[in-house]
Design a protein around this ligand. Structure first.
Ligand code: ADP
Ligand code: MG
Length: 264
């Protein structure tokens, strides 16, 4: 099967000239339709920069200095911005670590979902509002119709992340990029949100690029894993394979950091 996302030799630098810092260096990976790839590495290893490059959301002075990014057969780096806008949200959506910064604080959550639907021409007006409530129900927010009228601050962190997931799902994208989606949540809530993501993934046949520093999350969620260290991929392969036989010292160190990880 041809990959849904095919990142080839991606390199990203911040700044120019001799003082430029290379944040991502010659990174290549693929994601097949419906597959979950875990991108794991410590803070500062280049995971978010990789994700932002795929969506072309890098802010200057960050810029892609090499490589190609194919999605559904098109080179995203060569698309006009108007085409890229149709990809973002509709074909690839992004879930962040901290939903409070991604949600609009002065807009009811149901309206934010309805807006995602209308921006991409999927539904508008009463139909969009009804679909918004359906989506809140799909992410298991109780009393969805009532909660749709809440503002983000009226919801708990876990519920806000569910709203973010509902927005990400709104256009039924084939690929979701989740950047540390549960890092800000309590352990119990984290497990619930991961369960939800797993269920939605199989229900909607979503591919997922799951970014985390936590190998425990990878072990639970991912089909394959790519290990990032100082801007480079040092190792990638099937999750079971890498859990059993990590090749790189850095991978072993990440595994050792997770309690109860031995015995996989
Ligand atoms: P993480 O793996 O924690 O998501 P990032 O992708 O955010 O790491 O960052 C990777 C590296 O990119 C950082 O260590 C830093 O060197 C560089 N970087 C990221 N954002 C900026 C920025 N705004 N300005 C300069 N350098 C940056
Ligand atoms: Mg990050």
């Amino acid at each position: 099967m041809s990959p849904l996302l095919d990142v080839q030799h991606l390199s990203v630098a911040f700044g120019e000239g001799p003082r430029a810092v290379t944040a991502v260096s010659d990174v290549s990976f693929q994601i097949a339709p419906g597959e979950t790839l875990g991108l794991v590495g410590e803070s500062g290893s280049g995971k978010s920069v990789t994700a932002f490059s795929v969506l072309r959301l890098l802010q200057p002075p960050g810029r892609v200095v090499g490589g190609q990014i194919f999605f559904e057969g098109r080179n995203l780096l060569a698309l006009p911005e108007s085409e890229m806008r149709k990809v973002r949200g509709a074909r690839i959506s992004l879930i962040f670590q901290e939903p409070m910064t991604a949600l609009n604080p002065v807009m009811r959550v149901g309206d934010q979902i309805a807006e995602a639907l209308s921006v991409h021409g999927i539904a508008s007006g009463a139909e969009a509002r009804a679909k918004a409530a359906e989506l809140l129900d799909a992410v298991k927010i109780p009393e969805a119709v009532k909660r749709a009228r809440d503002y983000p601050h009226q919801l708990s962190g876990g519920m806000r992340q569910r709203v973010m997931i509902a927005i990400a799902l709104a256009c039924r994208p084939p690929l979701i990029i989740a950047d540390e989606p549960t890092t800000a949540l309590d352990v119990t809530i984290q497990a619930q949100v991961l369960d939800l993501m797993r269920e939605l993934k199989s229900r909607y046949n979503l591919a997922l690029l799951l970014i985390t520093h936590d190998f425990g999350v990878i072990a639970e969620m991912a089909d394959r894993v790519a290990v990032m260290y100082k801007g480079q991929l040092v190792e990638q392969g099937g999750v079971r394979q890498i859990l059993r036989q990590p090749e790189h010292d850095y991978t072993r160190a990440l595994l050792a950091a997770v309690p109860g990880m031995k015995g996989y």
